[in-house]
Design a protein around this ligand. Structure first.
Ligand SMILES: [Cu+2]
Length: 270
């Protein structure tokens, strides 16, 4: 009976782990150096915790096998072992703190540095992403490179002014507001994330980035896409009845194609 129990424990442990290892449930393709950095941390965490899980389950099976007795024979008890408890408590703590510290740079690069306006590429492309029930509006500064001022009074979705940009202002006249997030490949992007109404969440799985759009606050994200393609932007915060259809697309293009796209979009303004 003890052998049977031990074998069941070992097989269960393997059955839980192997599909995760061999199965098709990986992440979608990573398209930034940051995303690949996050993936390598995930893999490291997964391997470490997988090995620890297997070892502990193996030890459990071994203990069942080695120390099982008939009920009436169980005369002695083990009340604990301070040395072992110290060892695995500090070991676990060191592991968690170590992994967190090792991942800090990836986290800071995407979020904190952008929030503090620190050390961005001076040539980076800044795009304002304004969420509302149930669409995404992307605002580009236009040819003059400066965003115009906005005023809630000027918001007029039917006139294509979903963010209320002041078209009479010289900096605002050429601001583009479009439903797609077009980006040039290989150039740093800074997203300035806003919401007009309720909480939304900007999520592009291929970027491994997710950030809440909070009304009244500006969220900032930085990343550098290095693979062209079309990727889905999904709203990941339940934001109302139309939440399920709140999606847009991010097009990462060759720089020349991006410049052409910008010019084309600007023509619609006239
Ligand atoms: Cu939403």
């Amino acid at each position: 009976m003890a052998l049977f129990t031990a074998i069941v424990i070992w097989l269960l442990a393997l059955a839980l782990l192997l599909p995760a290892w061999l199965g098709p449930w990986g992440f979608p393709e990573a398209i930034t150096p940051l995303a690949r950095q996050i993936d390598s941390r995930m893999t490291l965490t997964f391997i470490l915790s997988g090995v620890i899980f297997l070892l502990s389950q193996f030890a459990l099976g071994y203990a069942v096998l080695r120390f099982s007795r008939k009920r009436e024979e169980a005369a002695s008890y083990v009340t604990g072992n301070d040395r072992w408890e110290m060892l695995w408590t500090t070991g676990g703590l060191a592991l968690f703190i170590g992994l967190s510290l090792a991942s800090y740079s990836a986290w800071a690069e995407a979020r904190f540095d952008a929030e503090r306006h620190a050390e961005g590429d001076p040539n980076r492309l800044i795009v304002e992403v304004v969420a509302q029930q149930f669409v995404w509006n992307m605002r580009y500064a236009g040819p003059n490179g400066e965003f115009g001022p906005t005023d809630p009074q000027l918001i007029d979705d039917s006139m294509g002014n979903a963010v209320g940009v002041d078209r009479s202002h010289p900096m605002g006249a050429d601001d583009l507001i479009v439903p797609r997030l077009a980006l040039p490949v290989g150039r740093q992007v800074e997203i300035v994330l806003k919401s007009k109404d309720v909480l939304h969440n900007f999520f592009v799985p291929e970027l491994r980035i997710k950030l809440d759009a909070v009304p009244g606050l500006e969220g900032r994200l930085r990343f550098t896409p290095d693979k062209t393609g079309t990727y889905e932007i999904a709203c990941s915060e339940l934001c109302g009845l139309g939440h399920y259809r709140m999606r847009a697309f991010m097009d990462v293009m060759e720089p020349a194609a991006f410049e052409t796209w910008l010019v084309e979009q600007a023509q619609y303004l006239q």
